[in-house]
Design a protein around this ligand. Structure first.
Ligand code: C2O
Ligand code: CU
Length: 508
């Protein structure tokens, strides 16, 4: 090798090194910049989005990493901690339950062994029953779940301090500790509860159960049955059993089957052997739902669908399929109901039932937000990957949706991310206004969990009537760990809790 060629080789090496630094320098910076601190308040995440409203609160218009977005000073009411947002502490509970959580191996009725979590020895935990207006008090005891636990009341618009989100509304409950939830069951319907600490793992492994709130006046259906769908290690179960759940129902009896989808994806439900009505969605009765047949109902992940069936007079059994060939079989003399194939037709809630007053005017909103879901490569807490974005921003640099109590809020949810997302807003029910620009014409369609399919756009609206700091996230729980989480906060409300920290809070 002569001197010139050696020099050339050295130059190439130097240039290659420089190129590597030039390329990796920004990447290293992005990596470094994505690392989450050991403890942080969700109020310090991202940037405030006031939804176009003029804000009266000082210090909220710009990004302020240290003071957060919350009300401090300004002309508004003084800041209050969300720990003060509770049900009346003086009131005696009408329903009082203690739930003891354990990490343990347990068996499904088929004998299949599951390494998971139980509440009072079972998974799902016990069904909690209440009547509208009653004060429900649940004492959660952690006997042996090492990561700590919480309970979130999915679909119940509880006072914020009872929302059960680790690091946002409370600290995770460590082994040997307890936490008491208190809320008034404000509406009749089907709900569920689940851990919101390391929820993608704790929900999957069984830390969940059903909550049924009966109406105060309306006569209950003759037969009322919960059908909670959950997969344990891939085994599809209803109420914790593989195979059919048999329920006795006399000929002519009116039956309500409360389907709860605790899974990460949308699930079809259909009925063989009788026509049915979809009586309620996400804990709200639909208005004048028509009787349908040969139609599937899609239940959003986290969502609920109450199916109402009138039993055939001839005594033949009825099969309510929950996501597949099995489900709930209703019968009296016989439970021999053949499996029916999934119908080709799907019920469209945009035009099902008839209109009724909403109680507010969504066309005169005080705030308008976009929640646009995308995807791009980058680092999330130092991990390289392709992560979700909200309005172009990657977690934790996502919008904080800021409202004031009493606001009418309109949200446009756009999904440009090539995967569906079941979006769940805590503490509120929102009404669907339109999908893909087509206005809703059926019954008011109130949701707490809304499937937003690939390429879809929904407009929803709600009244900001429940002060607090509320998660607004994807209920495909692994997606939440991949950054599809934002929050809705009320001006003047603050949280003393932090994600991470000594309690090890990890809500996703
Ligand atoms: Cu069902 Cu944020 O949860
Ligand atoms: Cu998602």
């Amino acid at each position: 090798m002569n001197a010139t060629r050696r020099r050339g080789a050295r130059l190439r090496l130097v240039l290659a090194g420089a190129a590597t630094i030039a390329l990796l320098g920004p990447v290293a910076w992005l990596w470094q910049d994505s690392l989450m601190p050991g403890a942080y308040s969700v109020m310090d995440m991202g940037y405030a989005d006031h939804g176009g409203a003029l804000t009266h609160v000082a210090g909220t218009s710009a990004h302020s990493a240290h003071s957060g977005h919350g009300g401090h000073g300004g002309q508004m009411a003084p800041a209050r901690s969300l720990t003060s947002l509770t049900a009346d502490p003086e009131r005696t509970p009408d329903v009082a339950v203690t739930l003891v959580a354990r990490k343990q191996r347990f068996r499904l009725p088929t004998g299949r062994e599951v390494d998971g979590y139980t509440l009072n020895g079972t998974s799902p935990g016990p069904v909690i029953h209440a009547t509208v207006g009653q004060l429900v008090q649940v004492r959660l005891v952690n006997e042996s779940v090492p990561d700590g636990i919480t309970l979130h009341w999915h679909g119940v618009d509880v006072p914020n301090a009872a929302d059960g989100v680790a690091g946002v509304t409370q600290d995770a409950v460590g082994v040997g500790r307890s936490f008491t939830y208190r809320f008034v069951a404000d509406r009749a319907g089907t709900f569920w509860y689940h851990s919101h600490q390391v929820s993608h793992e704790q929900v999957r492994r069984g830390l969940l159960g059903a909550l049924v709130v009966a109406p105060a006046a309306r006569p209950p259906a003759a037969v009322d049955v919960v059908a909670l769908l959950h997969l344990y290690d891939g085994a599809r179960t209803v109420n914790g059993r593989e195979g059919d759940v048999r329920t006795e129902a006399a000929p002519g009896a009116r039956v309500r089957v409360r389907v709860i989808n605790t899974e990460n994806g949308q699930t079809p439900v259909w009925v063989g052997g009788a026509p049915f009505r979809l009586a309620a969605v996400d804990g709200t009765d639909l208005h004048e739902p028509a009787v349908v047949r040969d139609t599937a109902v899609l239940v959003t992940a986290g969502g609920r669908a109450d199916i109402e069936v009138t039993m055939p007079e001839d005594g033949s059994p009825v099969r309510v399929h929950v996501g597949g060939p099995t489900g709930v079989v209703l019968g009296s003399r016989s439970y021999d109901a053949p499996a029916a194939p999934r119908p080709a037709t799907t019920l469209d809630l945009l035009s099902y039932g008839t209109p009724a007053p909403l109680g507010f005017d969504p066309d005169r909103p005080d705030r308008r937000f976009d929640y646009e879901i995308g995807r791009r490569p980058g680092f999330l807490d130092g991990r390289p990957g392709i992560w979700w974005t909200i309005n172009g921003h990657m977690f934790p640099d996502v919008p904080m949706f800021v409202v004031a109590e009493g606001d009418v809020v309109r949200v446009r949810i756009v999904n440009d991310s090539s995967e569906p997302h079941p979006m769940h807003l805590h503490g509120h029910h929102a009404v669907v206004l339109s999908r893909g620009g087509v206005r809703a014409t059926g019954s008011p369609w109130w949701v707490d969990s809304l499937e937003v399919g690939t390429g879809e756009t929904y407009e929803i609206a709600f009244v900001a009537d429940n002060p607090g700091v509320w998660m607004d996230h994807c209920h495909n729980l692994p997606h939440a760990t991949e950054g599809l989480v934002a929050h809705l906060m009320y001006e003047g409300v603050t949280t003393p809790f932090t994600v991470g920290g000594t309690a090890g809070n990890e809500p996703e």
